[in-house]
Design a protein around this ligand. Structure first.
Ligand SMILES: [Zn+2]
Length: 404
């Protein structure tokens, strides 16, 4: 190839598709917009590689390209339990939830899982409304994520760990051993590999389900404090990949903490709760009651006892409270807070706002945060992937009206 040829842009590559289709007739069997999307993915990967500076994009082997996208639909492709895809035809599906009223189907992504034995159609739906960002107000909780309990909140609400991988790893071991004894790339080998992949898929699904349920539980209700809801949720910004390399690596990975944090932030957005990550440094060393550094704890040390004020509680509960304190600090400027606020972790929004308005310093900042119309971002044309958001929007609007 001559060095004078300019680097092919996305548009240039897309234009070449028509020529390729003339040269290679089998390209015509694929819908044109699907091929365009493949080019787009390649282009995006390349751009991301250039920005990142490492990680050269790899060619996809057979079986490693797991999804393709139909980006545009003129009319709703789903009727009853049948989805009609261009160039493929009608496919029977198991529709998990109906498409809510007022939403239009924007695109459908077809995803293959477990070595192509399980297929999903992910429908992206769209509605032209603007959704304000969740605003910090009300009762906050800090969450400490760990191995002893899956999580402990600042009001000492615990969720016990569920170990999906550990429960099924003996089964997995059997299947993997069977697979390794087959002749490589034979039919029986492929069947055995599929069984392994399906079990992995099952473990993943169970874990994800647990993460979703726990996230909703946190948004819904906290048992120890009766009927009050959590309005702000704070977690630490710890990099779980580091501790997954330690001696409890298998347990850390089985917890899937990073995925849980991602899903929690998404569930919070959907439910109109404020979600933020705080600095993770020394959360297990600082006393939540008096703020003293108590020094490093061994992993076996499960109780926090403060030598200064004598405060005694479980280690995870203490760091949950420290996380809450940091979260509240990040949300509200110092001079607008009362000293003892962090103790019960409640921001009584309106009262505090009035106090702050009378002051000059930092007050504008807080008002801007507490007033959703100021901060309201234009979120029209946002893609919606879930049906429940419409419900969320109304509850959030109701809430924001309260604070206008
Ligand atoms: Zn103390």
């Amino acid at each position: 190839m001559s060095p004078d040829i300019p680097f092919p842009s996305y548009l240039e590559q897309k234009r070449q598709l028509t020529q390729w289709k003339k040269d290679n007739l089998w390209y015509k069997e694929v819908h044109s917009q699907v091929t365009q999307d493949v080019v787009k993915r390649l282009h995006n990967t390349w751009e991301a590689f250039k920005a990142r500076g490492f990680g050269f994009p790899r060619f996809k082997k057979y079986g490693s390209y797991q999804s393709f996208l139909f980006p545009q639909f003129r009319e709703n492709p789903i009727k009853k339990n049948i989805i009609k895809l261009p160039k493929i035809g009608e496919v029977v599906i198991n529709q998990h939830r109906p498409i809510p009223e007022g939403f239009k189907v924007k695109g459908v992504r077809i995803v293959a899982r477990a070595r192509g034995t399980i297929w999903y159609a992910i429908v992206t739906i769209r509605c032209d409304i603007s959704v304000p960002e969740p605003v910090p107000f009300g009762r906050g909780i800090g969450i400490d994520i760990g191995l002893e309990s899956f999580l402990v909140t600042s009001d000492n609400f615990r969720v016990e760990p569920a170990l999906f991988f550990r429960e099924l790893q003996s089964r997995l071991k059997v299947l993997q051993r069977r697979a390794s004894r087959k002749n490589k790339r034979s039919k029986n080998w492929e069947k055995a590999q599929q069984k392994v992949a399906r079990l992995h898929h099952k473990i993943n699904n169970a874990r994800k389900n647990f993460h979703f349920q726990t996230s909703h539980q946190l948004c819904d209700q906290l048992r120890s404090s009766g009927d009050s809801l959590a309005d702000m949720i704070f977690v630490e910004d710890i990099d779980f990949r580091v501790s997954a390399k330690g001696f409890l690596g298998k347990q850390m990975l089985d917890g899937g903490f990073g995925q849980f944090r991602d899903l929690l932030s998404w569930v919070c957005w959907k439910r109109g709760k404020y979600f933020a990550q705080v600095d993770h440094k020394y959360t297990s060393q600082i006393c939540p009651e008096c703020g003293t550094h108590t020094g490093k704890k061994e992993l076996s040390e499960r109780v926090h006892i403060c030598p200064e004020c004598g405060y005694k509680t479980s280690r995870d509960h203490a760091s949950g409270r420290v996380i809450l304190e940091r979260g509240l600090k990040s949300v509200v400027p110092m001079d607008c807070r009362e000293r003892k606020l962090s103790g019960n972790g409640v921001l009584s929004g309106v009262l505090y706002l009035d106090k702050c308005r009378s002051r000059n310093a930092n007050s504008r900042d807080l008002e801007a945060r507490a007033n959703p119309t100021d901060e309201r971002r234009e979120r029209s044309l946002r893609d919606f992937t879930s049906s429940q958001r419409k419900v969320t929007r109304t509850s959030r609007e109701r809430r924001s009206r309260l604070y206008l």
